[in-house]
Design a protein. Sequence first.
Length: 184
Amino acid sequence: MKLLTDFLPIALFFITFKLAGIYVATAVAIAATLLQIGWLHFRHGKVETMQWISLIIIVLFGGATLLFHDDMFIKWKPTVLYWLMGAALILGHLVMKRNFLRSLMGAQIELPDAIWLRLLWAWSGFFVAMGVLNLWVAFNFDLDTWVSYKLFGGMGLMLVFVVAQALYLSRHIKTDEPKTEEAP
């Protein structure tokens, strides 16, 4: 269900863009994100920090897009969000001496410290690369291509990365299952 609520504003942005253009799509994305946050707060009483940050960024960059009637602002929005996530992971590790990935996922999965660190750097690098790739597509292709990339390319790359991470992690997950000896 969480994936659906996270995906909904992007899907509505894409559909609205195809039907009514970038400015209406931007307004719909802002409204959908506001409704998403309101629903999450009402339903669970809590909204994750990254969702608040995403709301702030869509309101700022989407609002600037609408105010100045310039799609350049909305094109920067994914990059800023990706880079903030990457920076949070890196600064958390280097400055605060905390691995935020471990803080988020440590209750669900037990891994050696070295693997948690590799994951942190892999995700940080992925977010930086996604930000760069978004800008490359945004400023080297037409608006229609960028909007399609934002939905399908960005989500597709995220899915591939998550699957690759799962395959990598499967080799390192510690299990508590006792080994059984075979009868002679």
